[in-house]
Design a protein around this ligand. Structure first.
Ligand SMILES: NC(=O)c1ccc[n+]([C@@H]2O[C@H](COP(=O)([O-])OP(=O)(O)OC[C@H]3O[C@@H](n4cnc5c(N)ncnc54)[C@H](OP(=O)(O)O)[C@@H]3O)[C@@H](O)[C@H]2O)c1
Length: 467
């Protein structure tokens, strides 16, 4: 049998449990020819999946799908993907200018030169499937404009949530809703680190080393741990949800490097799990977008999303709530989204149809970050003597911060985290009522100036009550 332009034994392309109800139809030729830009983690998965499920993919498209050329930096390097001889090239023109290639799959990553290649392919009428969040978050407008100009289709399901079908769900299945809020665990690396710290009580640094050893975290983990990766994905989802061009730079961002196992432990005793949440919401016609460590009530489904898994919780006026859960990265899970897009792109060539179109029709006002309101968990180191609590309550009260609860660990029972901590200090954990971020910041400044307070060890937001 010949599919994808080279021969495989039938057993290799049919899953053992899936017996076709009827003999496979004889498919018309020629195949849809695909140019792959990149053959790393995701590209290899795409090659594998196209090969493993070649027959069912060909049945869905109406003809075989064939990889015609693969652009890489180093064509001489050995690849995990089984590719026929001569497909690898370091010449972008061999893919982008090839008149026999109809669909380009961009899985190189980064903005330059990926953006230029995507735009060039679209303008010359080739449909493009991309997994590139950097490009789609910052240059969505340019990409859609190029697709319009070339009468070509653009698909980008894998750019957010890896294998989780969220882009199409927001663009199509949930299109009848007005989306009120999106709250997502959009970065598997940070979720793995926080899960590890929560389960084993280890430090952020040790959990990060473990994540790097297992290949979840890059050698330079800043894009993940500082919240940039989640911010880019949130900007893409929010642009679709609120029909306005929203950029990663519009997202308020706080990473997880300052999180301690001690705070996670306190939170757990209070009934919460700590997650790096990416939240965007509409409040009085204004949009706020933020990524920060957040305490989520244990009974909420997002609290149970652990390790490298991702989840996106969507609240809309008709659907109520819907949660999308799955693997946010990895070779085959991401390839699952890329190949799904590729099937649509290939099918539309013969049967007509349109890829994803730009729906950023509106301008939206942003809610100034200082006005975004949350409940806060605050941990302080303070002197263990009479009157200190009153001073702290007074400082908070002057900024309009209302205390919901206080738990004090007295000096005798308190185990200092750092050798420099003096034993007469007590640890205070306060939970505030809902308060605007700006007021909270000012009150923390006042607390830091109090002589009786040696340190504000943590200030962590608590998820909105109506999440
Ligand atoms: N990895 C995931 O789990 C995941 C999940 C969701 C989305 N994504 C997105 O998918 C994309 C690819 O990620 P990846 O993890 O597969 O990356 P990767 O493993 O680093 O692979 C990148 C591939 O692109 C090629 N490449 C890079 N720059 C090139 C250039 N200037 N010219 C020619 N070839 C070039 C590389 O060639 P060589 O092999 O010769 O170096 C390599 O084959 C990124 O946009 C990423 O954000 C990845």
């Amino acid at each position: 049998m010949t599919v994808l332009g080279w021969r495989w034994p039938l057993a290799a392309v049919r899953s053992p449990q899936a017996k076709p109800a009827a003999p496979a139809r004889k498919l018309p030729t020629p195949p849809v020819r695909v140019g792959l830009l990149g053959c790393g983690t995701v590209g290899t998965g795409v090659v594998r999946l196209l090969r493993a499920n070649a027959q069912s993919i060909a049945d869905k498209v109406g003809r075989p799908v064939e990889i015609a050329r693969v652009l890489v930096r180093s064509p001489e390097r050995r690849r995990d993907a089984e590719l026929p001889e001569g497909l690898l090239t370091a010449d972008p023109g061999a893919v982008l200018d090839a008149s026999d290639i109809q669909v380009v799959v961009e899985v190189m990553g980064g903005v330059d030169p990926a953006l230029g290649y995507i735009v060039r392919a679209l303008r010359t009428g080739k449909s493009v499937v991309t997994a590139n969040k950097d490009v789609m978050a910052e240059y969505g407008r340019e990409v859609f404009a190029a697709a319009e100009r070339g009468h070509a289709d653009i698909f980008f399901e894998a750019s957010v949530g890896g294998g989780i079908p969220i882009i199409r769900s927001l663009k199509e299945s949930l299109a009848g809703n007005r989306i009120r809020r999106i709250a997502g665990i959009l970065n598997g690396t940070t979720n793995f680190i926080l899960s590890r710290m929560s389960r084993d009580g280890c430090s952020f640094e040790d959990a990060l080393v473990e994540a790097q050893r297992l290949g979840y975290a890059e050698a330079d983990p800043s894009s993940d741990v500082d919240g940039w990766d989640a911010a880019r994905k949130l900007a893409i989802l929010s642009s679709i949800a609120y029909m306005a061009r929203l950029r990663p730079g519009d997202v308020e961002r706080q990473g997880i490097a300052a999180v301690t196992a001690r705070d996670i432990g306190h939170g757990e005793r209070m009934g919460w799990a700590l997650k790096l949440l990416a939240i965007s919401e509409v409040d009085g016609g204004r949009v706020s977008m933020r990524v920060h460590p957040t305490f989520v009530p244990r009974q909420h489904p997002l609290a149970h999303v652990n390790d490298a898994f991702n989840a996106i919780y969507v609240q809309g006026d008709a659907i109520g709530e819907a949660m999308f859960y799955g693997r946010g990265a990895g070779s085959l899970p991401t390839a699952s989204a890329v190949v799904g897009d590729l099937i649509d792109a290939a099918r539309f060539i013969d049967r007509g149809g349109k890829g994803l179109t730009c729906t950023c029709f509106y301008r939206v006002k942003r809610l100034p970050p200082g006005l975004v309101a949350s409940r806060f968990y605050v941990r302080l180191m303070a002197a263990d003597r009479p009157g200190v609590l009153a001073q702290i309550a007074g400082a908070l009260g002057r900024c309009g911060v209302n205390i919901e609860s206080v738990v004090q660990t007295p000096a005798a029972a308190y185990q200092p985290e750092e050798p420099s901590d003096e034993l007469e200090r007590a640890e205070l954990v306060l939970v505030t009522h809902r308060v605007a971020e700006g007021r909270m910041r000012r009150s923390l400044e006042l607390l830091r100036r109090l002589q009786a307070v040696s340190r504000v060890a943590a200030a962590i937001r608590i998820a909105p009550e109506d999440l």
